[in-house]
Design a binder for this molecule. Structure first.
Ligand code: PGA
Length: 239
């Protein structure tokens, strides 16, 4: 069952998403949060940094896990997704690497994926996973066809994700061909899921996520099987 929260625009989406994080951290200061990269969460990141600076949220005890990562690039590569998160959110919040569960993009694939699953379990599981909606309904690098019970694993990017990721890096050639992602089963085990959706270009995929058939052909429909899932969407996305 999805709790759909409609907001006016991108600014309202950022404020509402930051509000959900604030409520979570007030209820459980040591929460483990998953946050996505992409353009949609950037407003929420700015709102969270402002709230931390004003003292409205105390991130002093919470931990973060990275949703996905490219493989085969160094941590200081400009395309590193954990590097993106560090710049945009974690460094301004003063969250050091000891409080972040992230993929080592250069490590052995199987060992690294299993290590991230173990680290999440050792941290007590994910309290709140904030997700973006891919143009094809993907969650992280869980592309259409990913089983709902899939665990954290190495993946090969589909031509469609290479195309959509090229928007961030300038060209398709600049997009690494392989990556890691938290699995759909791993995300389903989170205590709460929140999907952020903004803009007209997400209108069709959001409508299918909310009302179309549920199944691995559209990974984001996983939210409809979760006991505590929220979709935060702006008017442009809702149509
Ligand atoms: P976006 O990416 O926030 O840049 O739209 C979402 C995604 O592809 O997961």
């Amino acid at each position: 069952m999805i709790d759909l929260v409609a907001v006016e625009d991108e600014a309202a989406l950022a404020a509402a998403a930051a509000g959900l994080v604030r409520t979570q951290i007030q209820a459980k200061p040591g929460s483990l949060l998953v946050v996505p990269t992409g353009s949609t969460p950037l407003g929420m990141f700015r709102a969270l940094v402002a709230e931390a600076q004003s003292g409205a949220i105390d991130f002093g005890r919470c931990r973060f896990a990275v949703l996905d990562e490219y493989r085969g690039i160094g941590g200081d590569d400009r395309r590193s997704l954990q590097g993106w998160l560090r710049r945009e959110l974690l460094a301004p919040l003063d969250i050091g690497p000891d409080r972040v569960i992230a993929f080592d993009a250069l490590a052995d694939a199987g060992m690294e994926a299993a290590g991230v699953e173990r680290a999440i379990a050792a941290a007590g599981g994910i309290d709140l996973a904030i997700l973006g909606l891919g143009p094809n309904g993907h969650l992280g690098f869980n592309e259409p066809g990913s089983p709902f019970d899939s665990r954290t694993r190495a993946i090969v990017l589909t031509p469609e994700s290479i195309r959509s990721n090229a928007a961030y890096w300038g060209s398709e050639d600049a997009v690494p061909r392989a990556g890691f992602t938290l699995g759909l089963g791993t995300l389903h085990a989170a205590r709460r899921l929140v999907l952020l959706v903004s803009g007209e270009r997400k209108r069709d995929i959001l409508a299918r996520t909310l009302d179309g058939p549920v199944g691995p052909h559209l990974p984001a429909t996983l939210l409809r099987l979760h006991p505590r899932a929220t979709v935060l969407a702006d008017r442009a996305a809702l149509g």
